[in-house]
Design a binder for this molecule. Sequence first.
Ligand code: URA
Length: 283
Amino acid sequence: MAVADDKVGHVRAYLEYFRDMGVHEFYRNETLEAVELSAVVEAEPVAAAIEVRVDVAAPAISVLEALSPTELNIAKLVSLTDLAPMPSARVSAELRDAALEAIRTDIGDCTRCPLAYGGRRKIVFGNGDPNARLMFVGEGPGADEDEQGVPFVGKSGQLLNNMIAAMGLRREDVYVANIVKCRPPANRAPEPVEANTCTQFLVRQMDVVQPEVVVALGATAAAYLLGVKQTLASLRGQFHQVRGAKCVVTFHPAYLLRDPTKKGDAWKDLQMVMTEMGLKGKG
Ligand code: URA
């Protein structure tokens, strides 16, 4: 029942999103209530109702994966470097705050992707020093961030703050953002269409701040930043490139909270960053 509820919530967010986009195909014969009812009674009719090939046996339903990427061309994994040309000029230091504010204004009360319909409360834009040399990118806001509108303020955020302090920096010295700015329901990973819709703003934030180093927190952040779907193990221990910055991939703090034995490995990743940036670490 709980799984069915999750699936219904996920499908509902997509249906409402497409309805607002003027796509009424999904409603041809079924009302949302009918979809909901049939989903609760039996998973199979949900797929029929929305007329896409959804693998109802899969643990998490992925409506967009079931749609043809060639038709919609929105479910592709594209690196942020390839998403848009690099800016020809750098925003001067004193204008960066205002430039970031302008991006936030452009986002507005965003309804560009289904996450707007998935129960999000606040858009979590990102925060920190507009002139930061170091940027951290997570996956997407959790419950605490959704409530406060600030990235990494919950338990993961406390650990991230400790990691930053161990590097000899303060949280306000770095810039922190996420792949998506709205909380995915039930803290699931962002869908490609959600990430691909949202990262245009992260690209602009990165182009304003122009950090020297970007740390990807977890495999999902790494996948969307770098446009590759690989294991964390295969991405760690080397410098990648993202929008002119060096990119290091490490464990997501939430993962480290679940498995503290990996903290030593995460520290090795951060030491790579410190050496690159000439940071001496705490005390
Ligand atoms: N996890 C993330 O990936 N981002 C946040 O902002 C908080 C938790």
